[in-house]
Design a binder for this molecule. Structure first.
Ligand SMILES: Cc1ncc(COP(=O)(O)O)c(C=O)c1O
Length: 480
């Protein structure tokens, strides 16, 4: 069994095994014609169920053969130009190389004595990000597992900084289209059920600051504590960016922590054309960035950044066995002092490899391309009488709905759109997402692949229309 341990004696086997795996994935990526095979749960589950985990195959070649059957063949491939669903990006090769290196070396970023250079690399990337945001000289932050955790940590710091005697009095203000992790965080932080005040959005799905001001005033009048305003820079559905400068003004006026959830919009930090859309982000107390959304990084890669490094102390605990207090005086950099996690992946290496290979401009260029593609998609949709499209994109999503010429019943239109999404998924020809707007079912393209062309968008719209029409035809048959 020791032959499977990666060490000085098995370096050659490591090289062969990993190369074999890489070869197979490379062949798969090259041959993938559709983003998905359309396999059903019922067809796939038995293949996984029948594998006896107590009967190992002993040989990685055999395991890779089996993996083809249980995973690789039917995986969802984000690199395919017709994967248009969620906030998943195709990944850049330097980051994948970083992933291979970091898992083999297996540094853990909790303490200096488990990572050495890894800690310094992560710190440099945090500084790089806070500088891009403009958070000022006292800024700091830490890599996290994703936007959900980054938002949680930011709101934890906000809660602690609010210095209230009663959690029940705390209020968080976030737009009605903010990410659900804000509500989840409030629950995890022990706040009351009414803690998150939902602020309406305008026509462009941006937080209405007049409504925010009204709610902040009401909060003060009611003797409650405005713990934080969460501004979203790139909402999950619409890519809309809340008016950050106005929100910053209100936060200052009411003495409230300003958190910017830029999980999606952070790609603009590297943009060559649209960095100005994030104006005001530099006034935040904390910011969430998900490199695994708009920096073309593999999952996971995210960070929470703060204006004042001292606020990270709310996540600090010392243990004799890991990070004793004296290490702070000795200036030993232990990232665990800033993190909710203990053992932690060296995800930062992927971003490091990316920036050292492509530079920030390279990433920004790719993100600009998908924003341009979304603009072209918007023009296609706006000119197509078969579709209703919701907002002009600020980033790279399009929310729309098929509107059949022959049907006026909104519930039937809902069903046609739901059917079209499902049928498209089952065909594997393309994958799109769905959401609700004003209680009605809509479809969504999240465009994060620069390889996707306007012609792909047009072709997928035709497929959607075809499936929806098929549903409506069958529905008519059923009724007659
Ligand atoms: C605006 C926003 N914030 C936070 C998140 C959560 O990020 P993660 O999925 O990385 O936890 C998402 C995910 O889509 C998001 O769109």
């Amino acid at each position: 069994m020791r032959s499977h341990l990666l060490n000085d004696t098995t370096a050659e086997q490591y090289r062969r095994s990993v190369t074999d795996g890489v070869e197979r994935v490379a062949a798969k990526l090259a041959a993938t014609e559709r983003p998905f095979t359309g396999v059903s749960v019922d067809a796939l589950a038995p293949r996984i169920d029948e594998i006896d985990l107590d009967q190992p195959l002993h040989d990685t070649t055999a395991v890779l053969d089996e993996l083809e059957d249980v995973y690789l063949r039917d995986a969802i491939y984000f690199h395919h130009p017709r994967y248009l669903a969620h906030l998943n990006c195709p990944v850049v090769i330097p980051a994948v190389l970083g992933e291979a290196v970091l898992s083999a070396v297996n540094s853990s970023l909790d303490t200096w004595d488990q990572s050495a250079g890894g800690t310094l690399i992560e710190r440099k990337l945090i500084d790089w990000t806070t500088e891009r945001i403009g958070l000022g000289p006292a800024a700091d932050g830490v890599f996290t597992s994703g936007g959900t955790q980054s938002n949680l940590q930011a709101l934890l710091l906000a809660r602690e900084e609010s210095k209230t005697d009663s959690l029940a009095k705390l209020r968080i203000f976030a737009s009605e289209v903010s990410h659900f992790s804000v509500k989840k965080s409030a629950k995890l932080l022990g706040l009351g059920q009414d803690a998150v005040v939902s602020i309406p959005v305008d026509h462009d799905k941006r937080m209405q600051t007049v409504a925010l001001a009204r709610e902040l005033e009401r909060c003060a009048k009611d003797g409650l504590v405005p713990m934080a305003v969460v501004a979203t820079a790139g909402t999950t559905d619409f890519g809309s960016i809340d008016p950050l400068p106005e929100i910053a003004e209100l936060c200052e006026q009411f003495g409230t922590w300003m958190h910017v959830d830029a999980a999606y919009g952070c790609g603009l930090l590297a943009s060559l054309k649209h960095r100005d859309r994030l104006a005001g982000i530099e006034r935040a107390d904390s910011v969430t960035v998900d490199y695994h959304k708009s920096f073309f990084q593999p999952v996971s890669s995210s960070a929470v950044l703060v204006r004042d490094a001292a606020t990270l102390r709310h996540a600090t605990y010392h243990a004799e066995y890991l990070n004793p207090r004296r290490m702070v005086q000795e200036r030993i950099p232990n990232q665990v002092d800033k993190s909710l996690q203990t053992t932690r992946r060296f995800d930062a290496l992927k971003l490091w490899m990316t920036l050292r290979t492509m530079g920030a401009d390279g990433i920004g260029q790719l993100f600009d391309e998908v924003c341009e593609l979304a603009r072209e998609g918007w023009q296609l949709l706006a000119a197509d009488p078969r579709f209703d499209v919701v907002v002009e994109p600020s980033l790279s999503t399009l929310v729309f709905r098929y509107i059949p010429a022959s049907v006026t019943d909104p519930a039937e239109i809902d069903r046609a759109n739901l059917y079209a999404r499902k049928a498209l998924f089952a065909s594997g020809d393309a994958i799109v997402a769905g959401t609700k707007v004003a209680g009605r079912h809509y479809l969504k393209f999240t465009l994060l692949n620069p390889e996707t062309q306007a012609s792909d968008i047009a072709a997928v719209l035709d497929l959607i229309a075809g499936h929806a029409e098929q549903y409506l035809g069958e529905s008519l048959d059923r009724a007659s």
